[in-house]
Ligand binder design. Structure first.
Ligand code: ADP
Ligand code: MG
Length: 287
């Protein structure tokens, strides 16, 4: 319970289902795995030949199907770089990322991305923004309308479908971005500080909403944040990275109920433990 921390470096092999449980069904080639994302010894360096600087070193991390993993770490430790590698926007310098056992080489519809900035199309309405990917997929108009209505309702924007982005607050724009990502029905959602630009109150409202949505939609989520409180509120596991170049420092399984109370003693216990570990790393950057 509270006070439980883990020093496992990412893999959590002990938690994998016993291979014997499906013995004989699929044979050795298709070993059963609920690992949705497998990040294997991923390193990334930037710069020209001979003058490269490492940004990520030997990252090993597996994310189970339906798991919500938060990445925490000092600024510049490579969180966005790692997310971009999983998204397929960047290639690793070494190592591989597997999604459903297949190597990631390009972005794909199986991975939705939500960034900190509200990247909406300003010339489209709220509904038009959410519908965009569905048009690309070739869905019929009636089907598109139903999907758009469902996800706008889910993020509480049902009454704002015909507004344009310029008419929306930051929190509403970020809801549109989340609805748009969900509407495409990806199995995986990658979020890079999606609530980072919001005021504290709006941020908590959107955390509540994301937590509720996750209980309905069961996505596999990799979520980058600077907020330890946000990570403890949302995550099944919190992964703390070292200061640059980023390595995995410590993994904390969060053993709290799905519906969390930010003021519960167990909650604040996790918060203070993780804070201590993050501070060790931040102190290396700003001693
Ligand atoms: P974080 O998201 O944890 O703040 P980033 O992943 O953005 O960190 O950056 C990690 C390191 O990699 C930083 O030193 C950053 O300057 C560098 N970096 C990130 N993207 C690039 C790029 N496209 N070209 C060169 N250096 C980069
Ligand atoms: Mg970043």
């Amino acid at each position: 319970m509270a006070g439980h921390t883990s020093r496992e470096r990412g893999g959590l092999e002990g938690a994998a289902p016993a291979p014997s449980s499906k013995k004989g069904l699929e044979g050795a080639a298709a070993a059963p795995s609920n690992k949705k994302i497998q990040i294997r010894r991923v390193s990334k360096s930037f710069g020209a030949a001979g003058r490269t600087a490492p940004a990520l070193v030997d990252i090993d991390l597996e994310v189970a199907d339906r798991e919500f993993v938060c990445l925490l770490g000092p600024s510049g430790c490579g969180k966005s770089t790692l997310l971009n590698i999983v998204a397929g926007f960047l290639a690793p310098s070494a190592g591989t990322v597997l999604v459903d056992g297949q190597a990631v080489t390009t972005p794909g519809a199986d991975r939705g991305v939500v960034f900190q900035e509200y990247v909406l199309f300003p010339w489209l309405t709220v509904a038009g923004n959410v519908e965009f990917g569905l048009v690309l997929k070739g869905l019929a108009a009636a089907q598109r309308r139903a999907v758009v209505a469902r996800y706008l309702d889910l993020v509480g924007l049902g009454a704002h479908a015909e507004k344009f982005p310029v008419q929306l607050s930051g929190g509403m724009k970020q809801r549109v971005a989340i609805a748009r990502a969900l509407a495409n029905n990806p199995a995986i959602i990658l979020m890079d500080e999606p609530f980072g630009a919001l005021d504290a109150q709006t941020r908590e409202v959107l955390q509540d909403e994301l937590s509720r949505i996750q209980r309905l939609e069961h996505k596999t989520i990799l979520f980058v944040t600077h907020s330890i409180r946000e990570a403890v509120y949302l995550a099944d596991r919190v992964v703390v990275m070292t200061s640059a170049p980023g390595r995995l420092k410590q993994v904390f399984p969060i053993k709290l109920p799905d519906l969390r109370d930010r003021f519960a003693p167990e909650f604040t216990q996790y918060e203070s433990e993780i804070t201590r570990v993050v501070k060790e790393e931040v102190a290396k950057v700003h001693p």
